[in-house]
Write a protein that binds this ligand. Sequence first.
Ligand code: NAD
Ligand code: GLY
Length: 361
Amino acid sequence: MAIKNRLDVDLGDRSYPIYIGSGILEQQDLISQHIVGQSALIVTSTTVAPLYLETVQQVLDAGSVRHDHIILPDGEQHKTVASAESIIDLLLQKRHDRRTTVIALGGGVVGDVAGFAGSIYQRGVNFIQIPTTLLAQVDSSVGGKTGVNHPLGKNMIGAFFQPQCVVIDINTLYTLPARELSAGLAEVIKYGLIHDAEFFGWLEQNIDDLVKSDSDLLAHAIRISCETKARVVEQDERESGLRAILNLGHTFGHAIEAVMGYGNWLHGEAVAAGMMMAIDLSIREGLIDETVRARSAALLEKAALPVRAPAEMSPERFLDAMLIDKKTIDGNINLILLRKLGEAFVSSDYSHDKLLLTLQS
Ligand code: NAD
Ligand code: GLY
């Protein structure tokens, strides 16, 4: 039950630890030491509540923290202003003051909505992330991006809001459906593509056992992913430049999610297809060669992820949705391209004709 790993995100007075281990959710003082006031609101979902809510409640009881909870309906289609409002309603009804702590217990949807509600309630209260999907453990719980979707665009309403700590209990992944584990592996593979060719090679070696939820391999993949994300966020917390590389394939992916209807394509699935499109454009631009495409497609397919956008996505539908993206400035769609395997950069300097070919292919 000991903490196997602790990483720190160094952001001055907004710094915080990421704890990674097996069984650490049950550790008596781990969460309570990061509660500054006397109360907390646990935000969770219909699927996660029966699995882990009681464990967190017991830990808070042991730390004499008064707590309430709210169970949101599951799914991307509920990552809405209405869900954030229901959290705020409960905070007010239960008289939570400015020193309360909002605890997100669940996947990326719960984390994003709960964090956003926490960022605007009384202009910002305390916040703890307990991510229970692989995707949330390697990406969404770290770095302070919170928010909700608008019917016209993904993550269009939100705030940068760093948590007090992130508690990653690898044991929670044992209850995760295989499709959701695969969706998380898309973001893990992303870190190899954008920053770390050696890690990409390690993933190629170990993907078959990662898909089978080997806990030591998952722990390693989570640590490397969180480390990579933390170092990027430390350099560019509010995405004025470098942080955008974390969005490899996401402009294409967000378009797929929005056009196909939130929840139909999982975020990680849409990102997987989107990363292959970013690779396709990088090849057309003469930046990388076919071997990157072949290796990436093989790895994503072994992780049971799609490598092509759905047939319904015409170039027009893509472009319409891509123009509503946070990386689109003054009508210019900024995209993340690869200079080589393990090195990504932000570009608006690509051929529009080549982008159209990528969107058609
Ligand atoms: P999700 O939150 O919808 O969770 C996936 C499903 O798994 C849900 O049905 C959930 O209830 C269930 N679940 C969660 N934990 C479980 C467990 N341990 N056992 C069984 N079932 C469990 O999806 P996600 O993939 O975790 O997150 C996707 C969201 O994260 C998207 O909205 C995406 O935009 C966002 N995101 C945000 C950031 C960021 O930086 N804030 C980064 C990446 C992705
Ligand atoms: N998931 C992209 C980011 O956090 O910046």
